[in-house]
Design a protein around this ligand. Structure first.
Ligand SMILES: [Zn+2]
Length: 445
């Protein structure tokens, strides 16, 4: 999926300005609006280690002034920062830092439950750290400007994984468009990404036929949220609200705090999920357990999914509509698939024998995407299945998955208030293109 990685200064200012005004509207309308505090959640287990000041940006550590002052007190400043270049492999990077490949193998093993190393691409920043004796001690990986992970060597030679997340905030812009051909082409022309258009199709597809029911001249407004850290984009976006205006009616979808989408009456429009990734239920051979302890070391070694005792070749079904985000082959996780279900949900399927889809493919709920297997480092044939909500793994067999339900009664008033604000913003806020034409953006008439 391609998403904007960075914004021009002008974009930043415009987005910040828009965000400030939207936040101001929220403030005026609802002092406790969750939009103000809706930073990406940080797992409790990781929260204590997360502050903006101790994330140790390598550029600070290597600035000459800093080194001159503190050279003697900072023996652990021994780091090697690298930006991944096209064609680079991790083993080449480790070899160029004289790091034993046995350490890399241990790191890959520690990454099995996360697969963050699989996201390495040109431009990714990573840091190799060494102890005062010059022995390799840690690998740090910057996932985006707000998130990094570290693999730190333990006394037994294994590596411990930790994730660090800085506080971020979301600001919204409004993208407007007019149907002049297909909805897809019109929406992409207005500035929406392919993934965003497909999500709109999923959310409103049950209420209209996009190829038949739209006419030239129908319009749409979409609030797109951008995640920021300081003035910088993290590259993460989301759809906050959608309005599709046909001749006499407007169809809406609003993203609520639970990550699900609802119409203006609070009825769910998120496509429902299947609970199981197989057509029949198999025995659970290993349950989901975020706090599983290693039997020997006693260290936390989470099991972020559920293992189902599927014989090799069992059809594996996508539990929801979505887009294939990643197909990979990991030394420990084996052949695997990640599916992005839009909004806040992703699923992951490991140890497959055969993958039947490719990255970027659009998938329907219940579609066969693979056959189960025993690939990677696996103790026997099984399917490891994960379900993530807002980036956090949850128990797929018990999690609160989107079903055809409405906003809980206790939240109904807050939902209605937020939806009304978003309707007003979509109606009145200047769109991105209008903003770009205007030196001093005036967002409301
Ligand atoms: Zn498993």
């Amino acid at each position: 999926m391609t998403q904007p990685r960075a914004f021009s200064l002008r974009h930043k200012l415009l987005i910040a300005g828009l965000g400030a005004i939207i936040l101001l509207v929220s403030l005026l309308a609802a002092p406790t609006s969750p939009a103000l505090t809706q930073a990406v959640p940080v797992a409790e287990a990781e929260a204590e280690s997360v502050t903006a000041s101790n994330t140790g940006h390598p550029e600070n550590a290597t600035s000459p002034a800093h080194q001159d002052e503190q050279r003697d007190e900072q023996p652990d400043d021994n780091t090697l920062a690298r930006t991944v270049q096209p064609g680079d492999t991790l083993s080449e990077i480790f070899q160029s830092g004289n790091v034993p490949l046995s350490d890399l193998r241990q790191i890959i093993k520690a990454d099995t439950e996360y697969l963050d190393l699989e996201t390495l691409r040109p431009g990714t920043e990573l840091t190799l750290a060494f102890d005062p004796d010059g022995n390799f001690s840690a690998l740090e990986l910057r996932l985006d400007p707000a998130r990094k992970v570290a693999y730190t060597k333990q006394s037994d030679g294994s590596f411990e994984y930790r994730k660090y997340e800085a506080d971020t905030r979301w600001v919204s812009e409004v993208i407007r468009g007019r149907i002049t051909g297909s909805f897809y082409a019109s929406a992409v022309r207005s500035g929406l990404t392919r993934a965003q258009v497909l999500l709109i199709d999923q959310l409103l597809g049950s209420k209209l036929d996009f190829s038949r029911d739209l006419r030239v001249g129908d319009t749409f407004s979409v609030m797109v949220g951008h995640e920021l850290i300081g003035p910088d984009s993290t590259g993460n976006t989301r759809l906050d609200a959608i309005a599709l205006n046909r001749r006499n009616t407007t169809l809406y979808a609003f993203r609520f705090d639970d990550g699900n989408y609802y119409d203006e009456n609070g009825e769910s429009v998120s496509p429902a999920f299947l609970r199981w990734p197989t057509s029949k239920r198999y025995r659970v051979s290993s349950p989901f357990n975020r706090n599983r302890l290693h039997p020997v070391t006693g260290r936390r070694r989470p099991h972020n999914g559920v293992d189902l005792a599927t014989p090799i070749g069992t059809p594996v079904l996508s539990t929801g509509d979505g887009i294939v985000r990643r197909v990979g082959n990991h030394p420990y996780a084996g052949k695997y698939i990640d599916i992005d279900h839009g909004g806040s949900h992703t699923t992951r399927y490991l140890h497959l024998s055969k993958v039947l889809v490719s990255t970027g493919a659009q998938i329907r709920r219940g579609q066969q995407i693979a056959r189960s297997g025993n690939t990677g480092r696996s103790t026997g044939p099984h399917l490891h299945f994960e379900f993530h909500i807002k980036g956090r793994p949850v128990n797929p067999l018990t999690a609160n998955i989107p079903t055809a339900a409405s906003v809980p009664a206790a939240e109904a008033a807050r939902f209605a208030e937020k939806a009304e604000q978003q309707m007003a913003v979509m109606r009145h806020a200047a769109s991105r293109s209008e903003l770009l034409l205007s030196e001093a953006p005036s967002l409301f008439e």
